[in-house]
Every structure is written in C-alpha cells, then in structure tokens.
Design a protein around this ligand. Structure first.
Ligand SMILES: NC(=O)c1ccc[n+]([C@@H]2O[C@H](COP(=O)([O-])OP(=O)(O)OC[C@H]3O[C@@H](n4cnc5c(N)ncnc54)[C@H](OP(=O)(O)O)[C@@H]3O)[C@@H](O)[C@H]2O)c1
Length: 310
C-alpha cells in the first residue's frame, strides 16, 4: 500500500493543532470499504472539532484525523459488502472523522458511486452540504408550495443548496448574506436577499414558515420574531436550540445523516446542470490546515475543497 499520511490533532487548539503525520494502514471491518481519498470537502465542523468546542457532546479519542466527507476510489472491499468493487469511484459523508488522510475505512452504506461527468473535486463538494440542505429543509415537515422560507448563511456550502432546493419546492425564499454574496444568492434563486451587515432581517421579514439557521448566535435569537404562527426554526448550528425555544414556538436541532441514494440524485442533478454546486476554492493536501481556518473565519461563496492529487 502507498504511504498513508493524515492531518491529525493530538490536542485541541488553533490552526497549528492540525499536523501532518504518517499513520498506519486502516483496518477494514465488515461492511466497510477502504477508500483512497482523492478530494475532501472542508467544513465548518472541522475547526469546531479542532478547537474542542464539541468535546462535551462528542468526546474524541486523540490523536484524531479530521475531515468528514470525501471523494475517492475503492482500494479494498470489506467482508459482506455488495454493490462496490475495487476501482469504483465513490463519494460520501463519513458520519465520523478521517477524510484528511490518503486512506480511510468507511461504512459502505454511507457511500454512493460517483457519476461519470463529475470529477473528484466536484464530488467532494457535495456530500455534507447537499444532504444537510435537503434534510434540514424537511426536518420540521415537508415543504409546501407558497411557504416562506428564510435561510441564514445562504451564501455558504449548505445555504447555496438550500436556496435551490427550497425554490424547487415552490417556496418563496428569503436569504441573508453579505453584500458581496448578494448576486450569487440571487442567481441561485432567492427571491429576497437581505444584507446581513447593513440591514436587520427582523425588520424586513415576517410571516416566515421555516427559518433555516446556518449561522447561530444572535441571528438565531433574533429569528423567533419573524416566524408565522405555527412556523419553525431548524438550526444546523445550535444543538441547544430546544432549551431556548420560547413557549408556543417550534425549534429543532438538526444533524445530517448519510443518505447514499439522495446524494447520488444530487450528484446527477449537478452533472445534468439542474443543480448548481459552487466551489469557492480548491487547495492542495498541504493546505488543509489553512483552509480549515479560512472556513472558520469566512470565505467566498460556496465550498472549499482539498484536491489530494495536487
Ligand atoms: N448540523 C449539521 O449536520 C451541519 C451540517 C453542515 C453544516 N453545519 C454547520 O452549518 C453552518 C454552515 O455550514 P456551511 O458549510 O454552509 O458553511 P460555510 O460554507 O462556511 O458558509 C457559512 C456562510 O454563512 C455566511 N454568514 C456568516 N455570518 C453570517 C450571518 N451573521 N448572517 C448570515 N450569513 C452569515 C457567510 O457568507 P457571507 O459572508 O457571504 O454572508 C458564509 O458563506 C456551519 O456552522 C456548519 O458547521 C451543520
């Protein structure tokens, strides 16, 4: 097997905590595939894990390889796995950690075959963002045409897909974004884009059936007042939303689940041009720690993806 290198944390901390190490070949358990990673999406979750912000909810044995989604090639098939063979191109969320390594063992059920016409960088941009968008929009119940949806963080990886999915369901889509991301979010189909720095969304939006919170903090706190009676806030950021949900309101904490069939549909929609996937930046394997920090601080619209072949 080729050399296996990984970006791992040995202790929680800032950007320097993520270090490149030689690591052993992963064990491949029954039901798993060994994947040679070709590209990995960078996520906001990475810096939260690196800094130890989630250690209460998800204690982590250290050292730990970061990275939650990938595209790559099957290099070994574990016992009991059907539907995949060595050499297949695959993509998916890990539902765990380890994508910032040359090789990782992944539950086969999490992975979809990468369609022809989608390269590995494009494939690695999809799993978490497209599944999070699709699932979070439905976490409070099915969307119905004519509903008003407000998406905070609409310029980001998740938000970009959420705007398109909500629009495709016939919703009226309100979005918050910075002024520089405005045109991008409008092109994705938003009906109204509120400048998050210059305007107070709560003085413009009202009667919102669903708020999708991809930002948290005071943006979540200020969102209760824009809800229609019976409306809901789904937060992908604040796991403690239930405790702060006012009486008579609906607040739902959301966590993405693997869904290989849905991921494959999203990938096919990207290939056919029905769904736009925006890649803000492609970096090399060496640049993963800096890219993780850039996602934390703020970046151009869309996803940052690490291309391991660079
Ligand atoms: N629970 C889950 O399963 C799950 C899954 C995926 C992601 N997440 C979380 O969801 C969040 C978004 O993820 P992502 O991958 O889309 O991140 P991202 O690509 O970094 O996008 C976040 C976007 O939010 C915008 N933003 C920042 N502050 C804002 C504010 N105050 N109001 C409105 N927009 C603001 C930024 O764009 P502008 O500067 O242009 O406005 C940025 O593009 C992250 O915190 C991530 O950890 C959770």
């Amino acid at each position: 097997m080729k050399r296996n290198q990984a970006f791992r944390i040995h202790a929680y901390g800032g950007p320097d905590a993520l270090r490149r190490d030689d690591v052993p070949e992963p064990e491949v358990a029954a039901g798993q595939l060994l994947v040679e990673v070709k590209a990995a999406g960078i996520n906001g979750l990475d810096a939260k894990i690196r800094e130890g912000l989630l250690r209460g909810a998800f204690p982590l044995p250290l050292p730990a390889t970061l990275g939650v989604e990938l595209a790559g090639v099957v290099s070994r098939v574990g016992e009991g796995v059907t539907g995949f063979k060595v050499g297949d191109r695959v993509m998916g969320p890990l539902a765990g950690l380890g994508a910032y390594a040359n090789f990782v063992a992944v539950n086969a059920a999490n992975l979809a075959l990468t369609p022809e016409g989608l390269d590995d960088v494009a494939a690695a941009a999809l799993p978490v963002a497209s599944l999070a968008a699709w699932q979070s929009l439905r976490a409070a119940g099915e969307l119905t045409p004519g509903q008003k949806v407000l998406i905070h963080g609409a310029a980001g990886g998740v938000g970009g897909f959420a705007v398109q999915f909500a629009k495709a369901e016939g919703a009226t889509v309100w979005a918050t974004a910075s002024a520089t991301s405005r045109d991008h979010v409008l092109k994705l189909g938003a009906d109204v884009v509120i400048d998050r720095n210059a305007q107070r969304f709560e003085s413009l939006a009202e009667g919102i059936d669903l708020v999708l919170d991809l930002v948290g903090g005071d943006v979540l706190d200020r969102s209760w007042q824009v809800l229609a009676p019976g409306g809901a806030i789904v937060s992908a950021v604040d796991l403690g939303i239930s405790a702060k949900t006012p009486v008579g309101r609906k607040g739902i904490a959301f966590a993405t689940r693997p869904d290989a069939a849905r991921l494959r549909l999203a990938a096919e929609a990207v290939v056919s041009g029905k769904l736009r996937s925006t890649i803000a930046e492609v970096v090399g394997f060496d640049q993963i720690p800096a890219a993780v920090e850039r996602v934390r601080i703020g970046h151009a619209p869309g996803k940052i993806v690490a291309d391991f072949t660079r």
